[in-house]
Ligand binder design. Structure first.
Ligand code: FAD
Length: 451
């Protein structure tokens, strides 16, 4: 941080006696996202630890964004004015074992929440590949795991509390607020500051995961539905080379009172791995959740990566595309045809399945989808010129990008691909008439304003 920015920050502290700025950045680098590919447009980061502090901060600022755990790869979280962190608001407020819900403060991460739920006898329906991310940030971008029967993580939200642009407290629930609630849950950070979320929970369960190597693409083509429904959560990792899926990750629930059948020695031609693997073959399986069929709690099997270890590669970029399930095989084969162009830039790809939901800005709105994900080497100029090639290939399959990852699909195409985008804009205007929570990403991709 240069001297000018630092002084500017101190003068804004004086104007805001209640909240304290997070000064870590004064000592080191500029404020960046987790991957380091986005340098945020301001380092004025404030931390709130109560509802009243959030309300006061929102009332005072003309423009701000909440920063979660900074795991998005694009500018969706960026601000040129102020950031607000709710990291200090990380408590579990209540567990209602009759209603089977947990109410949490919005700064909590899955890594903090899951062991707590488990120790109280409860679990969530699904998790992303990593537990390091904030629940509010993940739900705001429709973050997902895998599993034919599993909606994305935001489908677990049954109620939420957020602070509107006026500083008012809005409380909405699935039960009482129908369409409005469905519009707000995947809110892309555009509606206000989420301060609390209530999540559906269920009794804790145990799981085991098996990994298989070298699944021929011919089998994927012939048996896609059977393969993807063969476990509670299924991931196919491929480098698109040699007409095969490199690793199949099968995560199964161990139902009490039922003996688990032995894992077959052959899975559609793929063979069981002989040790714990990382999705990127060159990296150590130590960073990953235990495999080889070893039983463990749900929160240590659903994510691929372990808390306390670097998830994925660390030095990387990510893109991910959703296509309706009915186009899955064609879309996968179309991507495979690009294998020569993709190869030099790719670390690994992953194919997952997600159930349909009714959340307006969820890419899985209205029908089940599959995702084709790319973990890229950190070379944005090359990736940037490759993305339009992939997007063109996937265009016939009604492709939509992950809200938190890198894409080049035009705002016009993005907006028309969401049936409810007009209603979402109206909803944003209701809670934030002057665009207090908007940034360039939202102006371009949602509101259609190129600034
Ligand atoms: C290694 C790695 C693995 C990943 N794996 C997966 C995966 O398996 N599946 C998947 O779908 N995605 C995955 N992602 C993407 C990631 O889950 C999403 O980008 C998610 O949004 C990150 O949450 P965050 O808190 O870090 O968000 P941030 O980047 O901090 O913020 C994201 C958005 O949420 C908003 N926001 C955050 N908190 C609040 C709040 N309290 N109120 C209002 N708005 C808020 C921000 O303003 C911003 O618009 C992965 C990312 C990484 C880096």
């Amino acid at each position: 941080m240069n001297k000018r920015t630092f002084l500017k920050m101190l003068s804004s502290v004086a104007a805001l006696p209640v909240l304290s700025p997070v000064l870590n950045w004064a000592l080191g680098d500029k404020l960046k996202n987790w991957a380091g590919n986005v340098e945020y447009s301001t380092d004025r980061l404030y931390s709130a630890d109560s509802l009243e502090q959030v309300r006061e901060f929102v009332r005072k600022q003309a423009n701000l964004k909440v920063l979660g755990t900074r795991h998005c790869f694009n500018q969706i979280a960026d601000s040129t004015q102020y950031f607000l962190s709710l990291k200090a608001m990380d408590k579990v407020v209540a567990i209602d074992s009759t209603a089977r819900t947990a109410t949490i403060e919005a700064g909590i991460t899955y890594g903090q929440l899951c062991p707590y739920l488990d120790s109280h006898g409860f679990a969530l329906h699904n998790l992303a590949s990593l537990p390091h991310i904030s629940v509010a940030g993940a739900c705001s971008t429709a973050t997902h795991g895998s599993g034919d029967g599993n909606g994305n993580l935001s489908t677990a939200v049954s109620a939420l509390e957020f602070i509107t642009a006026a500083g008012d407290v809005a409380k909405l629930s699935r039960e009482h607020d129908g369409q409005t609630f469905q519009g707000v849950v995947v809110g892309l950070g555009a509606l206000g500051v989420i301060t609390r979320l209530t999540l559906d929970i269920q009794p804790r369960y145990m799981m085991r995961q098996y990994v298989y190597e070298n699944l021929p693409f011919s089998e994927v083509k012939e048996h896609f539905d059977t393969i993807m429904s063969s476990a509670y959560s299924v991931s196919l990792f491929t480098d698109w080379q040699k007409q095969r899926v490199n690793e199949v990750w099968l995560k199964s629930r161990i139902e009490e009172g039922h003996s688990s059948p032995e894992a077959p020695q052959d899975f559609f031609g793929a063979k069981p791995a002989t040790k714990d693997l990382h999705p990127i073959a060159a990296l150590s399986g130590e960073n990953c959740t235990p495999q080889m069929g070893v039983p463990g709690p749900w929160y240590e099997r659903l994510p691929h990566f372990r808390m306390g270890f670097t998830p994925s590669a660390g030095k990387e970029l990510q893109s991910e595309y959703f296509v309706p399930r009915r186009h899955a095989v064609e879309a996968i084969l179309a991507t495979e045809r690009l294998h020569e162009q993709v190869r030099p830039h790719l670390l690994i790809s992953e194919i997952r399945s997600i159930a349909a939901d009714n959340l307006w800005m969820s890419p899985c709105y209205g029908e089940p989808h599959v995702t084709i994900h790319f973990t890229w080497k950190p070379d944005w100029p090359s990736v940037k010129s490759l993305l339009p090639v992939i997007e063109k290939e996937l265009e016939p399959f009604e492709v939509r990008p992950h809200w938190g990852k890198l894409f080049t699909i035009t705002p016009a195409n993005l907006q028309t691909s969401y049936q409810k985008s007009r209603d979402f804009i109206d909803l944003c205007r209701r809670y934030d008439p002057k665009g207090k929570f908007r940034n360039d990403f939202l102006n371009q991709n949602i509101f259609g304003v190129i600034s």
